[in-house]
Design a binder for this molecule. Structure first.
Ligand code: DQA
Length: 149
C-alpha cells in the first residue's frame, strides 16, 4: 500500500515553532517514526511538505495516479482553504486529516476545518502520535475497502 503523507505550511519549522503546542520533534524526527511504523504495517509512504497552497493541491492531484491513501496535516490552510478542500474531494483517494494539537480546544478560528469536510475522518490532539494513529486508520480503511486483498 503506497500512501502520501502531506504536510502544510510552517510544519517545516516543527521543533522550533511553538513547542508548547506542537512538541519538540522536528518534521524529520516525525517522518523517521512514521517510516518505521509504516514498515511494520507494510505501507510505503512518500512524504511531502510545502508552504504553498497550489503546490499542495498539485501533489494531491498527482497522488490520484499512485496512492491508495493520503494522510494530510493542512496546518493553517485547514481553516481557510476551499481550494485545498476541493482538491481532497476531487481525488478518489481516501484521505485522513491529522493535527498535532487538538484544534477543537484552541482559538475559535481553529475550531472549524474546511478540509475535514472532504476527509474520511480527523485525528487531532495526540502530538506526533496523531500521524501514527492516522497510519493505522488508513490501514484499517484499506482492509475494509479491499477485503481479502
Ligand atoms: C496544526 C493546527 C493548525 O491550526 C495550525 O495552523 C498548524 C498546525 C496542528 O497540527 O495542530 O499549523 O495543523
Amino acid at each position: 500500500m503506497e500512501i502520501l503523507i502531506l504536510h502544510g505550511p510552517n510544519l517545516n519549522l516543527l521543533g522550533e515553532r511553538d513547542t508548547a503546542q506542537y512538541g519538540a520533534l522536528t518534521l524529520t524526527d516525525i517522518e523517521e517514526r512514521l517510516r518505521s511504523e509504516a514498515q511494520r504495517l507494510d505501507i510505503q509512504p512518500r512524504f511531502f511538505q510545502s508552504n504553498h497552497e497550489g503546490v499542495l493541491i498539485d501533489s494531491l492531484h498527482e497522488a490520484r495516479h499512485w496512492a491508495s491513501g493520503v494522510l494530510i496535516n493542512p496546518a493553517g490552510l485547514t481553516h481557510t482553504s476551499v481550494a485545498l478542500r476541493d482538491a481532497i474531494e476531487a481525488i478518489p483517494v481516501p484521505t485522513i486529516e491529522v493535527h498535532l494539537s487538538n484544534i477543537f480546544a484552541r482559538e475559535p478560528f481553529r475550531r472549524e476545518s474546511l478540509t475535514a469536510q472532504a476527509c474520511v475522518g480527523v485525528i487531532a490532539g495526540f502530538g506526533w502520535n496523531s500521524y501514527i494513529l492516522g497510519l493505522h486508520a488508513l490501514t484499517e480503511l484499506n482492509k475494509r475497502d479491499n477485503p481479502g486483498a
